[in-house]
Design a binder for this molecule. Structure first.
Ligand SMILES: *Cc1c(COP(=O)(O)O)cnc(C)c1O
Length: 385
């Protein structure tokens, strides 16, 4: 097999608009007069961790948030020396690498605190309190013990506690009573830490939903993720906040053909044509992150017109019934992009798949070619000229 050449048009593309990312970061940074930690975990929610990190920093992000130390390593290996915090660690995590590369570490358990202290390296830590998500973080009954030990280590000059933080369970439902409750628990935890002698920490809890809807939660810094990518954490249209989606997923029609009425389409024949019609085959499937559960549901735009997937999504392809429209092999099918340009939204795909757009964008991969654009919409406006 010969390697594909650059001249051949790719079959399927994730176009990432770095101008949209910069726009979204700048917008949030302006609305929120606090430091902004841009969350780029999960390969930048599927948008590319390095490119997203650079764009976010250019647009005014104050720091970068990742989950694993492997992600922190990717950022540092790209030569990015911005403030960086990593907060998801299994036992045996490589804290030494993190500390030697100036990575701040989130800690939610006394064992992890002792592991870090034992390294006897300069360490900047963010202590995590579980205020009600019941996922990571120190449960409230162990918090006094964790902060007492941290304060002792800090007094001995062995490490610094630069953050106290938590994570919301239901901030995407703005009136949910747990938001107020979790915020109150966070402030109590900060009081306990102060009483133990810790003083210099920044308090942070706000994800995108809270950053957009709950100013009382902004504390000393905000940690938005999904909003940087232009998507609305409350499952609406991000445009209502001025956000611009940064990912456009498209593929070139592989084959278009006319079939008679009564044709069963794709595995299981779950779609049967009602009349003579034209079918277009789109060459991406569940191996590329297209959810199979979106079979017969998700929207696809071809030639400016919206259609629905016909029949089951397969591993490598799915079919669209385009009726009488003269769709041809090679035509572009847009799966999701920016509704402001008439394209289907990642939210519509999420609705079709019974999930959230976070999952749609962060799982897109496989054989999609991911391309980064300094300004996608300006680029495509030029192409049209
Ligand atoms: C993912 C994550 C965020 C960002 O959440 P969004 O809903 O994408 O804004 C913030 N903080 C933590 C701890 C996270 O894991």
């Amino acid at each position: 097999m010969s390697a594909p050449t650059d001249q051949r048009p790719p079959m399927a593309v994730l176009d990432i608009d770095l101008a949209a990312i910069r726009h979204n970061v700048a917008l949030l940074r302006e609305r929120v007069d606090r430091p902004l930690i841009a969350v780029v975990k999960g390969d930048g929610y599927g948008h590319g961790i390095i490119e997203v990190t650079r764009a976010a920093l250019e647009a005014g992000a104050d720091g970068i948030g990742v989950t694993t130390i492997a992600e922190a390593r990717a950022v540092r290996s790209a030569g990015i020396d911005a403030p960086l915090v990593s907060w998801l660690h299994a036992p045996g995590a490589d804290f030494e690498w993190a500390l030697r590369h100036d990575v701040e570490v989130g800690i939610g358990a006394i064992e992890a605190l002792e592991d870090v202290a034992a390294l006897e390296l300069p360490a900047r830590l963010h202590l995590k309190i579980d205020t009600g998500l019941a996922r990571g973080g120190c449960p409230p009954h162990l918090w006094p013990q964790l902060v007492a030990r941290a304060a002792q280590l800090a007094r001995d000059g062995r490490l610094r506690i630069v953050g106290i933080w938590s994570h919301f369970a239901c901030a995407d439902e703005p009136a949910h009573p747990s938001v107020r409750h979790q915020l109150a628990r966070l402030h109590e935890a900060a009081d306990v830490a102060r009483a133990a002698g810790l003083r210099e920490f920044a308090l942070h809890i706000a994800n995108s939903a809270a950053t957009l809807t709950a100013p009382e939660s902004w504390c000393d810094a905000v940690r938005p993720g999904i909003a940087l990518y232009g998507l609305d954490p409350m499952a609406g249209d991000g445009a209502r906040f001025g956000l611009r989606p940064a990912m456009r997923a498209s593929a070139r029609i592989m084959l278009a053909k006319d079939v008679p009425a009564g044709t069963g389409v794709s595995y299981g024949h779950t779609y049967v044509t009602e009349r003579a019609t034209r079918l277009a085959v789109v060459p991406v499937g569940y191996a590329d992150g297209i959810p199979r559960i979106a079979s017969n549901k998700a929207p696809v735009m071809i030639g400016g017109k919206h259609y629905r997937i016909a029949g089951r999504v397969c591993m490598d392809q799915f079919v669209v019934d385009v009726g009488d429209d003269p769709v041809q092999a090679g035509d572009e099918a847009v799966l999701w992009g920016d509704p402001a340009y008439g394209e289907p939204s990642a939210q519509q795909w999420a609705d079709a798949a019974g999930t959230i757009h976070y999952e749609i964008v962060s799982r897109a991969g496989g054989r999609f070619l991911r391309r980064h654009h300094d300004d996608l919409r300006a680029d495509s406006d030029e192409e049209e000229e």
